[in-house]
Design a protein around this ligand. Structure first.
Ligand code: C2O
Ligand code: CU
Ligand code: CU
Length: 491
């Protein structure tokens, strides 16, 4: 007879051989419990909050503490509850030895506080942003955005969550006990050295294809286990990876329901068995654990590598694996058991309302880069990328939009799919490759996957001057840093 003690020991030994989180057999009691970022409600402190960006120590891999970076945390950062109709004043101190910015990805706020590349926080300095929140309930996030160094800083651990709240989720009876039946999952990947340190060295091929690691981390740890009540659980999924597209599904192929996209709730839950999440995107899903069965959230292989990279033999599809395992715990109270039929209406923007059409072509391999010094074009850090033939330039405004208007943006790409993100707005997807988008993408979005072409209807309500312009860019962070970014003013 195998004693429990022996069984656990055996699992630990088996676990040592596991490298990239593909360890379905790992005993639950040996796995790392899913860490949940601390929830902070700045309104409990008069609407003020101060954050510190500094170095910490964190074990991404079990038993291997290493250097990391976080926002008032050893790694990642807290989840900030932001109430609609309230103003939150967040001040951030940069204790790193390089400059950074803090961008509030998904918030409808003016360019002056958006935290894009213009809102620099030098080492030792503090930056204060007053965020007047007026947008629907949903999940957004914050991360560094210094031009040319976003990828490395996000990779080093910097990312936090924003939970925008009105009263809609409560009146719909959705699970909303944070950390119990309302769990954020920050999905990322890393390459680790022997000592457990994240390694970041993209090189020209990693810039061209985007940098992927072979180990998945969820909320900062590999292969965690989450204990959930045996009812409906809300997962707030964020793709916080530099480049990887996650193709999510459960190990038992169970159906789950998408209830929200980047900018808030969908009109109704959308049943799915598989969900693609590109860098920067968020979806909230409801998963039913009433059957008490253990299940693992898996990701498939990421085939989003450029054709040219495949031909050159450098960029290959990245393997999939396990992200996080769920086990029910009968001692946790079940609050929600039935799926709401309807959520929050999303009135479709009429295409005829667009006052102007703009076209943006994402150049994932620019001729300038190819000719001027082979692969090492652009800023000398790797292949040059751009939009409409030009790499990003802090001193150049690429579009001036009229405030309180809607525009139709047509975005094209060539070699691979790019998640195109626009600051200062939540838009609607009109078409993807000439087709109407799937139902779960018909809500508010700030990031759209451009697989060849996409059309979006973009309302502009937030002001931005040339000094604090809004960005639009590919959210594959290596592409963004290599110049696949532009900026617009809004007045
Ligand atoms: Cu999440 Cu401009 O970025
Ligand atoms: Cu953003
Ligand atoms: Cu891209």
């Amino acid at each position: 007879m195998l004693s429990r003690r022996m069984f656990v020991a055996g699992a630990v030994v088996a676990g040592l051989g596991v490298r990239s989180g593909i360890s379905y057999g790992l005993n639950a009691s040996a796995a790392t419990p899913l860490p949940v970022p601390q929830l902070i409600d700045p309104q409990a402190n008069g609407g003020k909050l101060s954050l510190t960006i500094s170095q910490g120590t964190h074990a991404f891999l079990p038993g291997k503490p290493v250097r990391s970076f976080g926002y008032s945390a050893p790694v990642l950062g807290p989840a900030l509850r932001l109430r609609r109709g309230k103003t939150t004043e967040i001040s951030v101190e940069n204790r790193m030895d390089e400059l950074t910015t803090v961008h509030w990805h998904g918030l409808l706020i003016p360019g002056a506080v958006d935290g894009g590349p213009h809102n620099v926080i030098r080492p030792g300095q503090r930056w204060t942003a007053r965020l007047a929140i007026d947008q629907p309930e949903g999940t957004a996030w914050f991360h560094p955005h210094p031009h040319g160094a976003t990828a490395a800083q996000v990779y080093s651990g910097l990312a936090g969550l924003l939970l925008i709240e009105d009263s809609s989720g409560e009146s719909l009876g959705l699970p909303r006990r944070y950390g119990v039946d309302d769990l954020p999952l920050i999905l990322q990947d890393r390459a680790f050295g022997e000592d457990g340190s994240p390694l970041y060295s993209p090189g020209p091929m990693g810039v061209m294809a985007g940098f992927r690691g072979d180990t998945f981390i969820v909320n900062g740890v590999s292969n965690p286990i989450a204990r959930v009540p045996a009812g409906l659980v809300r997962l707030r999924l964020l793709n916080g990876a530099n480049a990887r597209f996650f193709e999510l599904q459960f190990s038992d192929s169970r159906t789950f329901h998408v209830i929200a996209s980047d900018g808030g709730y969908l009109p109704a839950p959308v049943p799915l068995q598989q969900l693609i999440l590109a860098p920067g995107e968020r979806y909230e899903v409801l998963v039913d654990f009433a059957n008490g069965q253990r299940t693992t959230l898996l990701t498939g292989a990421d085939r989003n590598v450029p054709m040219m990279g495949m031909m050159m033999g450098g960029a290959m599809p990245a393997e999939g694996g396990a992200l996080v395992t769920f086990e029910t715990d009968a001692s946790l109270p079940v609050a929600a058991t039935t799926l709401p039929k309807a959520l929050v209406p999303v009135p479709a923007i009429n295409r005829a309302k667009a006052v102007r059409t703009r076209q943006f072509f994402l150049n994932d391999m620019m001729m300038r880069g190819m000719m001027g010094g082979g692969m090492m074009g652009g800023r000398g850090a790797g292949p040059a990328m751009g939009i409409n033939g030009r790499p990003f330039d802090m001193g150049r405004i690429d579009a001036d939009v009229r405030k309180d208007t809607v525009e139709l943006w047509q975005i094209g790409s060539h070699m691979m799919s790019h998640p195109f993100h626009v600051h200062g707005t939540q838009f609607q997807i009109l078409s993807m490759n000439g087709q109407r988008p799937p139902a779960y993408m018909r809500g508010w979005k700030d990031t759209v996957i451009v697989a060849r072409e996409a059309e979006i209807l973009v309302p502009f309500s937030q002001p931005a001057s040339a000094d604090n312009a809004f960005m639009f860019h590919c959210h594959i962070l290596e592409h963004e840093d290599a110049g696949m970014m532009g900026q617009y003013t809004c007045a």
